[in-house]
Design a protein around this ligand. Sequence first.
Ligand SMILES: *Cc1c(COP(=O)(O)O)cnc(C)c1O
Length: 369
Amino acid sequence: MSDDTNGVPLIDLSKQYNEVKEDVDRSLLRVIESGRFILGPEVSAFEGEMADYLGSGNCVGVGSGTDALYLAMKALGIGPGDEVVTTPFTFIATADTIFNCGARPVFADIDPGTFNLDPESVEGKLTPETRAVVVVHLFGQPADLGPILELTVPRGIHVIEDCAQALGAEYRGRKVGTFGVAGTFSFFPTKPLGGFGDGGMVCTADRELADRVRMLRVHGSREKYISDLPGINSRLDEIQAAALRVKLGRLDAWNEERREIASVYDENILGATVPSVARGVSHVYHQYTIRTGEREAVVEHLTESNVGSSVYYPVPLHLQPCFSGLGYGAGDLPESETACREVLSLPIFSGMSIEQVERVYRAVNRAGA
Ligand SMILES: *Cc1c(COP(=O)(O)O)cnc(C)c1O
């Protein structure tokens, strides 16, 4: 067993691995012995299993969650002259992929309760140049897709769902990633379904769009050595797919475990604002993120108790140095900027013991007392 008495890391993947070790190890060996490492039977099988899991669509395995976003936008033909609206309170990949497609990222503000895009703010950012809205289901909580789709569908604007943190989460009873024209996923090791390296996926109900992503991930070619489109090299490895197939079978149980840990935090954290969950969604708690005006003090108490924590995210994307050319300034998106100053993510992972959970909330409460 582990060293629970010595503290609590922000994330500990060893317990998850121990649960599936035998099956995972066997799958990895199977791939190594087969000698097939790129776009073989494991990736095809995993793509089919993900489509079944999500309950819709065609899934295409790619090299990372970042590439999934980039390739989905490329396949939609998004490029120079286009605007793509998104949130500034997310990981940089959500927006630098827009920029790398040649389009202009346009930032809308967030709802301070859920940290997700505020549909009203999105509405104010739509122009005749808007080609898409990239909706992020941040920390594992589905964004308010209904009102966003009501704004975008009649205008012919695409919705792309960045589901990197939210595989398995549901909005009104349906899995996220199946509402927009495409959903993108990351299999980075710490994400809800994590591999042993990088990996990603694009899911879409549109078969032609899926075909274009399939081409773009291998240099735009359908036939070997004939390229129809200028593409890139971005594929999910057979090794990753084999491991992810095993772990997909445990995903719902792991998501449920984190929900249970979150409910213990919800009931016991007194010294800070616990995350609020919108009606009609199931949150998978990729992160459990509190808000506090006393962040430094809370971090100090956590550190004293040997408890890990992290700030996701300290700088909103509209104020990132790489986007200084877009012309945003401090104060432009106040809710996002306040969130960056107040948020703190606490340890949450499957296999976390109740003693570890108690150690975390007690340290938070000591700071807030
Ligand atoms: C992790 C993440 C990505 C990028 O995924 P990678 O697999 O690391 O490239 C994109 N968007 C969000 C919101 C993420 O959390």
